[in-house]
Design a protein around this ligand. Structure first.
Ligand SMILES: [Zn+2]
Length: 297
């Protein structure tokens, strides 16, 4: 087989193959946009997962690290927010598009805090089957120096930041970060606003865990909470409801087909997501999302 036909056949079997390389490549030219949300909380978008920034005299706290290929543009965007140094970094979970920037942010002054499973996965060789990709252990500077199991509260820059583990959701390492006074909630990759989510079964994620996390998020927010998703624009409760409803509807369709005895190939061929694809299918391809639901029901 030539390498291109090998690639084509692995794409058919594994529609998520190549995504890691694609996302890392795109970060080199990505535009970084900054949006002030409320109080001293902003968000940077464009480099991997969305990055929340809390600024003030104690130094900047970042929630998620983005991609190192965007380092110069992230640095410029951070300097436009304020001249405060970078002192703290929290990872919402272990995935590369939220942690690849850990090493440079640590070298720039950040102490890294995350759930214990984030450090566990970053410390060792970790394979994600649905990306067809094996991650080597991260360098020591990229590892969270501090970890927690269930909940941790930080006081910084006059703000209270509550970090809370979801239990198994999109991975087994997902946490939310709530800026209590500003009422801004970063939910990491438990929410993809306007696009199908990736779900990482290799490290403890599942469709049911993802739906449970959406319910947890809905119980936590009010109509005025500003919600930062892992991917997609900052949103609100009604958009989060739309996401939860999309997940549960597609789950029900796929589960019914699987119960009838349909194989993965047959379910994908019957396009169970078709009525949702125009709105949600632009990032994670519909055939990959259908597969991620099928294996979990
Ligand atoms: Zn993720």
């Amino acid at each position: 087989m030539t390498s291109s036909s090998t690639q084509a056949s692995s794409q058919a079997q594994n529609p998520g193959a190549g995504l890691v390389q694609k996302i890392r490549g795109e970060a080199a030219t990505a535009t970084i946009t900054a949006q002030l949300l409320r109080g001293n909380v902003s968000v940077l978008m464009g480099s991997g997962g969305n990055i929340a920034v809390l600024s003030g005299l104690d130094g900047k706290l970042l929630i998620d690290a983005g991609m190192p290929a965007s380092r110069s543009r992230i640095t410029e965007a951070l300097e436009r927010i304020s001249s405060d140094p970078i002192t703290h970094l929290v990872n919402t979970h272990w995935h590369f598009d939220h942690t690849d920037g850990n090493e440079w942010l640590h070298s720039a002054g950040a102490t890294i805090l995350a759930h214990e499973n984030t450090r566990k996965h970053l410390s060792t060789t970790t394979r994600v089957e649905d990306w067809d990709y094996t991650f080597p252990p991260s360098p020591p500077g990229a590892l969270p120096a501090e970890v927690f199991q269930t909940e941790r509260t930080l006081q910084l820059n006059g703000a209270t930041i509550v970090l809370r583990h979801y239990g198994p959701a999109h991975t087994d390492s997902d946490i939310s970060a709530h800026f209590a006074e500003a009422d801004v909630l970063h939910v990491g990759d438990t929410w993809w606003n306007g696009v199908y989510p990736f779900i990482d079964y290799s490290t403890g994620g599942s469709i049911d865990g993802t739906i449970r996390a959406a319910e947890v998020n809905l119980a936590k927010v009010s109509a005025t909470t500003l919600i930062i998703p892992g991917h997609g624009p900052v949103g609100n409760k009604s958009q989060l409801i739309e996401f939860r409803d999309m997940l549960t509807a597609i789950r029900a369709r796929v589960a019914a087909l699987k119960k009838q005895g349909q194989s993965l190939g047959e379910v994908i061929a019957s396009k169970p997501t078709s009525t949702y694809d125009a709105k949600w299918g632009s990032l994670v391809p519909p055939n990959l999302f259908a597969k991620l639901v099928y294996v979990g029901v």
